[in-house]
Design a protein around this ligand. Structure first.
Ligand code: AMP
Ligand code: MG
Length: 425
């Protein structure tokens, strides 16, 4: 079993006190195991789940050559190049009927979309392009080329080919594709189990009175929401007071059943509480200071309970830092643990409305509002105050402006990278 120290020794220039975000991502990718267990589900229940095996089509889809249009099926070789082509109509085919009728040279066949092409015919002329009169059609020169408007057997999916690969997170089109192959059930990986709790004596739960010096625990709710979007199985373990025995019991209980345990708060160096001590006692855990803003402190490691390991993500307490570290470091790790193939987020480029002050040497995630201008280009404005405790900056934003590690000050009008929230999870 790999220890954290072994992983660290593989990364050149690894410095836990000023960790480059990319190194943190790489470290975590090496640390996390993949869930192997699978279950079989009806395809509708498999939406959003991760395929456990390749899916091979047993049939050609479509099963026959068929028409892509309502019109007339004909032989491409009958079409005249420079003059109208006149053909006799000798029958009609509807979707679902099998066009076994012989159609001879100089003849054509009235055909509807989806109807099987009669043998020997390879072209369909759409009905609106022809003149039909008394059992004959006349096709103007040049309106159709041989082979047009015919769907080939197996052009969507060929029998024996892998239609969907293991690790695929099933989306609406995939569910439809499974149905098109006549597949009723698929094997998917079991859902990842994620437990989480908040730590901090100043925190109060919704419903409790807010005493002087206290704040309501919001992180558990943003975490719940982010995890829900990710499609994992969630265990909310509530708020755990800053008491070594309570913290230890919570960690052990979480690690006993969950694949991953996420906490917020109590991981910064100056912490007076017991969270760090208990984490270090129960597993192989490192405390990082990541070169990022917001979200500098973080704990990462494995907590062992009853002989099984759970991956620990000890996130900082500040509400914006929780969200940013989740998107920057936890999301991909949880997807990888779920067995999903990598789904890199799409990054947009937008022109920055105002200059941004930025020091090279850390990655910053500023909250921004992206808008599309009349000429179709994108611009981004930073939302008001960027304090890591100001959750409103996240709520108002529709994307994260990513200012990379080496990047310095940004001039007004300069292009910056933005991770849009839509589609982020
Ligand atoms: P910490 O990382 O524990 O030093 O916490 C940093 C800041 O985040 C403090 O102001 C905490 O009060 C605040 N904080 C910690 N946990 C939560 C939480 N679950 N909900 C809201 N704020 C929190
Ligand atoms: Mg604290």
């Amino acid at each position: 079993m790999t220890t954290l120290a072994e992983i660290a020794s593989c990364l050149s220039g690894y410095d836990p006190n000023a960790l480059h975000i990319v190194q943190a991502q790489e470290f975590i990718a090496r640390l996390v195991p993949v869930v192997r267990e699978a279950e079989t589900l009806p395809i509708r229940d498999a939406l959003g789940r991760v395929l456990a095996n390749d899916v091979v089509s047993a049939i050609d889809v479509p099963a026959h050559d068929n028409s892509a249009m309502d019109g007339y099926a004909l032989r491409g070789s009958d079409l005249m190049c420079d003059a109208p082509t006149a053909l006799d109509v000798v029958g009609t085919g509807f979707a679902g009927s099998v066009g076994s009728q012989d159609v001879l040279a100089g003849q054509c066949f009235r055909i509807m979309t989806g109807a099987v092409m009669p043998p020997g015919l390879d072209t369909v002329v759409p009905q609106e392009l022809v003149e039909a009169d008394d059992g004959k059609v006349t096709i103007p020169a040049g309106v159709v080329q041989p082979g047009d408007n015919r769907r080939l057997a197996g052009e969507d999916l060929a029998a024996g080919e892998v239609a969907l690969h293991e690790g695929r997170t099933l989306r609406p089109a995939d569910i439809g594709m499974l149905a098109s192959m006549g597949i009723a059930e698929v094997a998917v990986r079991r859902k990842l189990r994620v437990a989480f709790f908040s730590t901090g004596n100043e925190l109060r739960s919704i419903g409790e009175p807010l005493e002087a010096g206290c704040v309501y625990d919001s992180n558990r709710y943003t975490l719940w929401a982010m995890l829900s979007r990710l499609g994992v199985e969630i265990t909310d373990m509530g708020l755990v007071r800053d008491d070594p025995a309570l913290l230890e019991a919570a960690f052990l209980q979480a690690a006993n059943t969950a694949d991953a345990v996420i906490t917020s708060g109590g991981v910064s160096v100056g912490e007076a509480d017991h969270t760090r001590q208990v984490m270090a006692k129960l597993g192989d855990v490192m405390f990082w200071r990541i070169a990022m803003r917001p979200g500098r402190p973080m704990a990462i490691g494995k907590i062992t309970s009853s002989g099984r390991d759970a991956i620990l993500f000890g996130l900082p307490g500040n509400p914006v830092a929780v969200m940013v570290t989740f998107y920057a470091l936890v999301r991909d790790a949880l997807l990888a643990m779920s067995g999903a193939s990598a789904q890199p987020l799409l990054m947009l480029k937008a022109a920055c409305v105002k200059p941004i002050r930025k020091r090279p040497g850390r990655t910053e995630y500023q909250r921004g509002i992206v808008t599309r201008l009349e000429d179709g280009s994108l611009q981004v404005a930073i939302t008001g105050s960027q304090g890591s405790g100001i959750l409103r900056s996240m709520s108002e934003a529709n994307g994260l402006v990513v200012l990379h590690h080496e990047q310095g000050n940004v001039d007004a009008g300069a292009m910056v990278d933005v991770l849009p929230f839509d589609g982020l999870i």
